[in-house]
Design a protein around this ligand. Structure first.
Ligand SMILES: [Cu+2]
Length: 295
């Protein structure tokens, strides 16, 4: 992604968000001549806040992933320092030694190495395991949050070469009905509300990722995968494919726009009206949605 000066990105974002009344209604899936809805927000999603830093976190729970990564890096730094220090010390200490091949060391030296390796394993992996366990229990596998919140937004995503098709149930709350809103590479969510995604693929394995939300989910033909997340603030963010899926993999990108709940409701209502007008019961290919799956 082309890096843009922060100011440019901020300006572009504020200019693009939100566009509530112009909803793209997508035709049936087709690989040839994939239409680019003219009203899709085309904000350049911000890349990184610094050279080596992670993408900006725009989600409610992303900081827990970031904390785990930060701990991994701290451990890495300590382990590299100890290992390299030990190597330099050994080279220096035995610089005049005549013996070229190792004799396997003494009992004491072997005990040292084993003890250090075991200690590193228990401390490092133990900490990461416990940290991950908390995140998995509270967030990633905890579908009671989106299923118990009446405000939850449910989205069905159909990945195919090479775009993301998203289906919203519309005001009736049911999928595969005339007021479903279907968009291409254009995801819209309200801020501060759980967003529950169910994901399929109709051709090869794709990878749905929202780097700014620390979300990654495999799109696998023949099964429905799911995850949930929550936007912390308004903005436009990248939705990318992280699994190489063919020649145009690089352009399998969409934009996720986080809007105020009011703007989102307006958009959904207007888009649902347009969908109902364009509804064609005979167009079977367009009705790829499914009954929402229980977790
Ligand atoms: Cu893909």
């Amino acid at each position: 992604m082309k890096a843009l000066p922060t100011g440019t990105v901020a300006k572009a974002l504020s200019a693009q968000v939100p566009e509530p009344t112009s909803a793209p209604h997508a035709p049936a899936p087709s690989n040839a001549g994939v239409p680019e809805p003219t009203s899709t927000p085309r904000a350049p999603a911000p890349s990184h806040t610094g050279t080596l830093s992670l993408p900006e976190d725009a989600s409610t729970h992303g900081h827990r992933i970031d904390a785990l990564l930060a701990w991994s890096h701290r451990f890495d730094a300590v382990l590299i320092t100890v290992a390299l220090g030990w190597l330099v010390l050994a080279v220096w200490r035995f610089r005049k030694a005549k013996q070229a091949a190792s004799d396997g060391g003494t009992r004491r030296s072997r005990a040292w190495v084993l003890g250090l390796a075991l200690g590193a394993f228990v401390v490092v992996d133990g900490t990461l395991l416990l940290g991950s366990e908390g995140y998995l229990r509270d967030v990633l596998w905890n579908f009671s949050v989106p299923s118990e919140d009446p405000r939850t937004v449910r989205i069905e995503i159909n990945a195919h070469q090479w775009s993301w098709e998203a289906r919203y149930a519309g005001e009736d709350g049911r999928f595969n009905t005339s007021d479903d809103v279907v968009t291409w590479n254009d995801l819209r969510v309200p801020v501060g509300v759980p967003v529950w995604v169910q994901l399929v693929s109709t051709d090869v394995v794709h990878g749905f990722s929202l780097p700014h939300f620390r979300v990654k989910l495999d799109a696998i033909p023949g099964r429905v995968n799911q995850t949930w997340f929550q936007a912390a603030r308004e903005g436009a963010w990248e939705a990318a494919c992280y699994q190489h899926c063919g020649t145009s993999h690089y352009r399998m990108r969409g934009v996720l726009t986080a809007m105020s709940p009011e703007s989102y409701a307006t958009w959904l209502r207007e888009a649902g009206k347009q969908s109902a007008q364009a509804w064609d019961a005979e167009d079977v290919a367009a009705h790829w949605g499914w009954e929402w799956k229980a977790p």
